[in-house]
Design a binder for this molecule. Structure first.
Ligand code: ACO
Ligand code: LMR
Length: 272
């Protein structure tokens, strides 16, 4: 009989060998002719299935709402400094992307993990928050540098409104809101931020759309798919900032001395 040569790579999301490429089995022509959206394509390539319209619309809202948040945030700043150093597009983009992590934009997966664990265990918000404090862990998805109780994050409001109107259940987001109500008693900037909102709502989407097994949901949360939404979204903004700086022919950036607190310089510079 035939002997199958062992392969070095396994791939399960797409196939480019036939007459036309397919994403999760769906041919390109279907994607174009049937008017698939970006959310549909993302669903095929990330989740290997088509999701209902209200889910793909939610995914697209996350991408649109997180595409940019001004030139001052960590990532855009890095991108701008890199563009002004004369680097190429890919370098500028990755310089920005490298700041995405536990403090900036990359708290979505951990927010989903911690909110899910706390809600499933039935922890009261104060038990959860004080438990995290004892462990010395900041609650992912809570807190913002400029947003606060009196200066709410419009992105969070828009996503919450949409989910309340379209999701079968918003159990995890509702839990995250009770956590926010508690943290706001501690400080005005401890709001549910956009990472926490997306993390909790994506759990609601995965659980309530009835398209995923429990094992698949656990895998998505364990692997950490959800920060990918922010990475994808903010790439749009970082690329925009790169073009902007190049269009403006901005010179090399040098941070002003006045904005640096130099300490111990004299003592360490003393001659022996
Ligand atoms: N959980 C518990 N306590 C907190 C949290 C939190 N998430 N955030 C701030 N605090 C408290 C702490 O007591 C903190 O003191 P510490 O430094 O001793 O831990 C104190 O508030 C100081 O807070 P601020 O100076 O106001 O915090 P800062 O502005 O430096 O941080 C940040 C903002 C980074 C977003 C922070 O709130 C945080 O780490 N949050 C968790 C991570 C997160 O969700 N990041 C995503 C933000 S949204 C986005 O990037 C798109
Ligand atoms: C962002 O979307 O970049 C943020 O919410 C972070 C910030 O400081 O605005």
């Amino acid at each position: 009989g035939k002997v199958r040569a062992p392969t070095h790579i396994v791939s399960t999301i797409c196939d480019d060998r036939g007459e036309e490429p397919t994403y999760a089995g769906v041919p390109m022509s279907t994607i174009i002719e049937e008017g698939f959206s970006m959310g549909d394509v993302l669903s095929l390539l990330w989740f290997k299935r088509s999701l209902p319209k209200y889910c793909t619309r939610f995914i697209e809202m996350c991408i649109m709402l997180c595409a940019d948040h001004g030139p001052c945030v960590s990532g855009a700043h890095n991108t701008i400094v890199t563009a002004r150093a004369g680097k190429d597009l890919v370098s500028c983009l990755v310089a920005g992307l490298l700041t995405i992590g536990p403090r900036f934009g990359g708290a979505i997966d951990d927010a989903a993990r911690y909110f899910k664990d706390a809600a499933d265990k039935g922890l009261k918000p104060f038990e959860f928050v004080e438990g995290m404090k004892k462990k010395g862990i900041r609650v992912p998805g809570i807190g913002h540098r400029i947003k606060s109780r009196d200066n709410r994050d419009k992105r969070v409001e828009l996503l919450q409104q949409y989910a309340r109107a379209n999701f079968p259940s918003t159990r995890y987001m509702d839990y995250a809101v009770t956590v926010e109500t508690y943290t706001l008693t501690k400080a005005a900037n401890l709001v549910l931020n956009v990472d926490g909102c997306i993390g909790s709502l994506f759990l609601d989407l995965l659980v309530s759309c009835a398209m995923f097994t429990q094992h698949e949901i656990d895998e998505i949360v364990d692997i950490g798919y959800l920060n990918g939404l922010f990475v994808l979204a903010r790439s749009i903004g970082f690329i925009g900032h790169t073009f902007d700086q190049k269009r403006l022919k901005q010179p090399l950036y040098r941070h002003p001395w006045e904005d640096v607190l130099y300490t111990n310089v004299e003592s360490s510079a003393q001659p022996r």
